[in-house]
Ligand binder design. Structure first.
Ligand SMILES: O=C(NNC1=NCCC1)c1ccc(Br)cc1
Length: 328
């Protein structure tokens, strides 16, 4: 049975986490994304005007899947599209033979400009893979039956390398028990129900329920209902929701309160320091919040700001999928 571990390297400001992957004969740094299900790469097929500064997948190592194409648009309206090859993909020693490697023939400016990422490796459910006419499986689904245990874990960290492990739980990576909750994968995501929340020294998480949420390593920030974000920033002097900046900002001199949320039988904390995401300009006087109100979408997005404070198990060992959360 296979098992393996790969480093998750934070990009600037922990905007995303990229991991070294071998696809065919090419070494690439891919953004592991539990919010999508396509493994796509900058490639020798990508227009050179769009691929400068990126490592490229050499398509000559693969077998092109005749007639197969893909086209993906992410929640933040970034996107890419292209053609498909079958090739061997290795992640932390775990080998997927005949893995669909989606070679980009067009990528949006967000990806062109982020030269630290050579593509994405989707870890959501294969039901939302965009390849047509025959849908393909994620890396995890391709190797699932060969793993010692049908699960992977995410141990992202603030400002330093963490890891993704496949096929086993490394108990040295978490303190305390793992709290498991049921997953609703009907939309192809790692969906779960978040309970009440609280702010600062009140660690009860007794407030209104946050409700439906997804665990998404591909999203940088933590998006909660606007009422929750508003209640949080009432505790931050000078905070304001500035649409011209894209959300809540505040004087960087603040010490931000912790954010606590009930998930299943546990209460999970995001330290206030994690919610002081980054200065909005070089003067460093105004800072952007790591916790933001959703733009009216029904789902809360537990992105890296939340995930990097915890050890998370993405578990398909049972008839129904589940998520496990533990303090790191
Ligand atoms: O696209 C999503 N996550 N992944 C990525 N975003 C930007 C690049 C990769 C995403 C976000 C929110 C919801 Br709800 C569903 C999916």
């Amino acid at each position: 049975a296979q098992e393996g571990s790969v480093a998750a390297n934070p990009q600037a400001e922990d905007e995303a986490y990229v991991c070294p992957v071998t696809a065919g004969s090419s070494q690439l740094n891919l953004d592991f994304d539990t919010g999508s299900a396509d493994l796509w790469v900058f490639a020798t097929d990508t227009p050179s005007s769009e691929s400068q500064g990126h490592n490229l997948y050499d398509t000559s190592s693969g077998q092109q899947i005749d007639g197969a194409t893909w086209d993906i648009t992410y929640q933040d309206q970034s996107g890419s599209k292209g053609v498909v090859f079958s090739d061997t993909v290795v992640v932390g020693g775990v080998t997927a033979t005949s893995q669909a490697v989606e070679a980009a023939t067009s990528v949006s400016t967000q990806f062109v400009q982020n030269t630290g990422s050579d593509g994405l490796l989707g870890l959501a459910f294969s039901s939302i893979n965009t390849v047509q006419p025959q849908q393909q499986t994620t890396f995890f689904d391709t190797v699932a039956d060969s793993l010692a245990a049908k699960l992977f874990t995410a141990d992202l960290k603030k400002g330093e390398a963490g890891s993704y492990d496949f096929g086993y739980i490394d108990d040295s990576k978490h303190t305390g028990d793992i709290t498991y909750v049921d997953v609703d994968n009907s939309q192809g995501f790692w969906g779960f129900t978040a309970g009440g929340y609280s702010v600062g020294d009140d660690t009860s998480a007794g407030g209104d329920s946050i409700g439906s949420a997804i665990a998404d390593t591909g999203t940088t920030l933590l998006y909660v209902p606007s009422s929750v974000a508003s209640a949080y920033y009432q505790n931050v002097d000078g905070a304001e929701n500035d649409s011209s900046q894209g959300g809540y900002v505040f004087p960087c001199s603040n010490t931000l309160p912790d954010f606590h949320v009930a998930i299943g039988s546990g209460v999970f904390t995001v330290p206030g320091s994690y919610i002081n995401y980054a200065p909005t300009d070089s003067s460093g006087s105004t800072c952007f919040g790591g916790l933001q109100g959703g733009d009216g979408q029904s789902l809360s997005i537990f992105g890296d700001i939340f995930l990097k404070a915890h050890f998370v198990v993405f578990d398909q060992t049972q008839d129904s999928p589940r998520l496990g959360f533990a303090p790191q």
